[in-house]
Write a protein that binds this ligand. Structure first.
Ligand code: SER
Length: 320
């Protein structure tokens, strides 16, 4: 039974999404109603001082249960995950961190009759056999990375727990997310974060993907807005309990390099593709997210130009 006041747990609060979603949730629902959970990294000041912060490994079900009981949690944003490139270096760890923890969250959601569960899927759920342009909502899901395997399995699990046990599960397939609050974190799309750091610090960047590699991308403020919008939408609007395609912009490395050059004229970018190139080549170039737009009103705001200007301004300030 849903309670009046939301008691929210953010798992992976120190990660790329969590470090921006947690403050946004605290702003909306009250600082003491949003509990940030980290695994081992010390939280930045904003998170530690902005409300309750706890440490636990979400793959440890009893540790998670203790936190859920202590704070009477009814809503979970489960964001802890190893990304695509890191996952290829240690597939076992990717399975444990990504899957065991999700099963724990869903089982505890059942046991404690939680109101709503958010868990992110990704463009990595797609694979080389998926149509790569304007990729439809319902399509072939045959990923080639362990990260992608965990995303497909997770989507199936989210839908299963909704249909079988009535849990209000909600999910988004995030594109590459670009943000400045955390350093790049082991994803294939993270060149589009690293390039800004290096442009400011070194005025040059060597990209691990080659020119012409289009990937779907999004600026973090849009991702946060869309995530909260999905979680606020009335249940009857959420027709898809696997995961929603979710898109904003699509570009290749040379496009973001050219955009940076407008602000930093001496900036240069060269290209030395590594193992991440084949991961990128197995993912869509652009995504059709009309279901998200029609069913719960998703709309992005940032294009490449606006995103790059905002990234450079914020990172320029932080890296000074
Ligand atoms: N950003 C992720 C990655 O590159 C995709 O979800 O791994």
């Amino acid at each position: 039974m849903a309670k009046e006041t939301k008691r929210i747990l953010v798992i992976g609060a120190v990660g790329q999404i969590g470090s921006e979603l947690t403050p946004a949730l605290r702003e909306k629902y009250g600082r003491d109603n949003v509990i940030a959970l980290g695994r081992k990294s010390a939280p930045p000041k904003e998170l530690a001082e902005g409300g309750p912060f706890e440490f636990a490994d979400a793959a440890d079900k009893e540790a998670l249960r203790t936190i859920i009981k202590k704070y009477d949690i009814d809503t979970v944003y489960h964001l802890a995950s190893l990304l695509s490139a890191t996952g290829e270096k240690d597939p076992d760890a990717a399975w444990n961190i990504n899957m065991v923890s999700l099963k724990n969250v869903l089982d505890l959601a059942r046991e404690y009759e939680m109101a709503r569960i958010f868990w992110p899927s990704s463009i990595a759920a797609f694979g080389p056999s998926t149509p790569r342009g304007n990729t439809p909502q319902k399509t072939i899901l045959e990923p080639s990375t362990m990260y992608g395997v965990t995303k497909v399995a997770g989507e199936l699990l989210m839908n299963y727990y909704n249909k079988k046990f009535g849990i209000d599960t909600r999910s988004i397939r995030y594109p590459g997310l670009i943000s400045w609050k955390t350093p790049p974190g082991g994803g294939t799309t993270d060149y589009a974060v690293a390039i800004f750091y290096e442009a400011i610090k070194q005025k040059k960047y060597t990209c691990f993907l080659k020119e012409g590699t289009y990937l779907p991308m999004m600026y973090m403020p849009d991702a946060i807005k869309g995530t909260m919008q999905l979680m606020e939408a009335p249940s009857e609007k959420i027709k898809n309990r696997f995961s929603y395609n979710f898109a904003a912009i699509s570009f290749a490395p040379e496009h973001v390099a050219a955009e940076i050059k407008k602000h930093i004229p001496e900036f240069t970018c060269d290209y030395a593709p590594d193992f991440r190139q084949s991961i990128a080549d197995s993912w869509p170039k652009s995504i059709n997210d009309s279901c998200a737009r029609e069913e719960w009103g998703w709309k992005h705001e940032y294009d490449l130009e606006k995103m790059a200007a905002d990234m450079l301004e914020n990172l320029g300030r932080v890296l000074k």
